[in-house]
Design a protein around this ligand. Sequence first.
Ligand code: 5GP
Ligand code: ZN
Length: 115
Amino acid sequence: MSDCIFCKIAAKEIPSSLVYEDDVCVAFKDLEPQAPVHVLVIPKKHVESVLALTENDKALVSHILVDVIPKLAKSLGVAEKGFRVVANTGAEGGQSVKHLHFHLLGGRSMQWPPG
Ligand code: 5GP
Ligand code: ZN
């Protein structure tokens, strides 16, 4: 999508601190980190949110959650102590960028309930 900031990051049209890339997704450091480790994992394909996912996206989501995020958590050093994966969805979910993204947060104790 031409006016989507995360599509532009995935296409490297705007810079980011990339920590991982493959054919399906990219991971990069959040501009305003909320924890010592705060990475966003996004599909290269534009999908607006969890709500916009379809049957055709099952492999994409599975790849991100099964293959990529656990490996990233290990390589970023947060797997052993624990981490949080968040997909804010819609206005009350706190989604500010309308391109599906999974926050991977770690390096400190997380609070519950979230704000
Ligand atoms: P949301 O609020 O939609 O769940 O998360 C969007 C996240 O994207 C926020 O944590 C915000 O800091 C991050 N973000 C917004 N614009 C940029 C950007 O241009 N570059 C990077 N690296 N992160 C961004
Ligand atoms: Zn996009």
